[in-house]
Design a protein around this ligand. Structure first.
Ligand code: GUN
Ligand code: ZN
Length: 441
């Protein structure tokens, strides 16, 4: 067992932040040998229960759950910052040509390493990830994640129409490949598979039907796709599926809305769509930096909460502009201010943080597994330095309460704050960290 003494952030069962200024976090193996949180809480209360246990004291540091990125494209690591009029020209001019390079397994393996380094450097320990339509891109990603012991979920993109040569797949083969990849990777250690139709406009009815059949056959496999991101995309979906009540309803018709189904964006929804999300248990991956960059629109937090469907935060790199959860939380704050119902909402910092940790875990059906530091959770956590920059240090000294502390990190923080990343109880390997002087990560 190993123990850490520092300030600690975690979440209660209602999603409210719980903060201890001086806490003890005890990590050790569970009955299956996984490294989990054995105890977490006030130091003075817990320490007497662990006489003789070596405790690493981290004064001035904040222990927090590893972040969860609910929607990201590993092959778009190098697409970040590609400007376009909107989603559809961005896909055509930058994304599809770039993704065609992943037909080369060696290239996919190189980018998978860079991608995982970036996730970890920014404190992201779990991600729901698109690969490309090439099955070898999934092998590259999963193999690299497995070697690092990461809890990562990913899948081969399905796109058998309205896609150029180089990324377009074959309907029947794509479904055979998906099933083979489920058998190869789903449930291997900490890895999970996600059935991944890119979006309804780029899949034939037959491919969507096949994806839905696989989703029914493998109920604990995830589903990921995009919906209602951009007005031109919504109009195109309406034209392609004239019988569906809405774009979201297309997915319902093919059996692709259920628990463990995560849909990126969910911006141009009406309340019937929101009720459908709630009724089916599907979740939204809110991707605010992407939505601002591509001019897609603003997720309506107020309407989502009024109806009560699940959502969490996502980078959506490379439509998104940063791997940093701090940048994503700040972008979510800006988007909340816009809202669709003026004057919008002022999202609380604890709620923003929850959406990127315990809330995202709940959206994935992994509540109590990752995204929190309650006893029993897997030991994926961060050592954060709230004084990593001169301005942050000033703000930290002046903060009067938890909201002020968290807000200064959300607004001013980035990878410099992430001093150490612990994955499954061990310092994460392969990345470079902002280690304190004299400390080996
Ligand atoms: N819709 C279909 N494909 C994509 C993609 O790669 N990124 C985003 N943001 N939206 C999409
Ligand atoms: Zn996306």
């Amino acid at each position: 067992m190993k123990a850490y003494r520092a300030a600690l952030l975690r979440f209660d069962q209602h999603g409210a932040p719980v903060h201890d200024d001086d806490a003890l976090l005890v990590v050790g193996p569970d009955a299956c040998g996984a490294q989990v949180v054995r105890a977490a809480g006030a130091y003075a209360q817990l320490a007497p229960n662990y006489p003789g246990l070596a405790i690493e004291h981290l004064p001035g540091r904040l222990l927090a759950p590893g972040f969860i990125d609910l929607h990201v494209h590993f092959p778009q690591t190098d697409v970040i910052g590609s400007p376009a009029e909107g989603l559809l020209p961005w896909l055509e001019n930058y994304t599809f040509p770039h993704e065609s390079r992943f037909a080369d397994p060696a290239y996919a393996q190189d980018v998978a390493q860079v991608f995982l380094d970036e996730l970890l450097r920014h404190g992201v320990t779990t991600a729901l990830t698109f690969a490309t339509s090439h099955p070898a891109s999934v092998d590259a990603l999963m193999g690299a994640a497995q070697r690092r012991g990461l809890r990562l979920i990913g899948g081969k993109v399905l796109q058998d129409r309205h896609s150029p040569d180089g990324v377009r797949d074959d309907t029947e083969q794509s479904l055979i490949d998906t099933e083979a990849l489920i058998a190869r990777w789903h449930g291997q250690g900490r890895l999970g598979y996600a059935i991944t139709p890119r979006f309804a406009p780029s899949s034939s009815d037959a491919q969507l039907r096949g994806a839905g059949e696989l989703a029914a056959r493998y109920p604990d496999v995830w589903i990921q796709s995009h919906v209602a991101e951009n007005k031109d995309e919504v109009a195109w979906a309406r034209q392609l599926f004239p019988d569906a009540r809405s774009y979201l309803a297309v997915y319902e018709g093919f059996g692709l809305l259920r628990e463990r189904a995560v849909y990126a964006h969910c911006i141009h929804f009406d309340d019937d769509d929101r009720r459908l999300m709630k009724a089916t248990g599907a979740a939204a991956a809110v991707s605010p930096s992407s939505n601002l960059f591509l001019g897609s629109g603003f997720f309506d937090f107020e309407a989502a909460d009024r109806i009560g469907f699940q959502y969490g935060l996502a980078s959506d790199v490379g439509g998104g502009t940063s791997f940093s959860p701090f940048h994503t939380m700040l972008a979510a704050y800006y988007v909340g201010r816009e809202g669709q119902t003026k004057p919008g909402v002022s999202l609380r910092p604890g709620h923003l943080w929850w959406m990127h940790t315990a809330g995202a875990a709940r959206a994935l059906g992994l509540e109590g597994v990752v995204g929190n530091l309650q006893p029993g959770c897997e030991a994926d956590f961060l050592v954060l330095n709230p004084q990593a920059t001169p301005l942050l240090a000033r703000k930290a000294r002046q903060a009067r309460n938890l909201d002020e502390r968290l807000f200064s990190l959300i607004v001013l923080g980035d990878d410099r704050v992430v001093e150490r990343v612990v994955v499954n109880g061990r310092p994460a390997g392969g990345a470079t960290y902002n280690a304190a002087p004299g400390e080996t990560p």
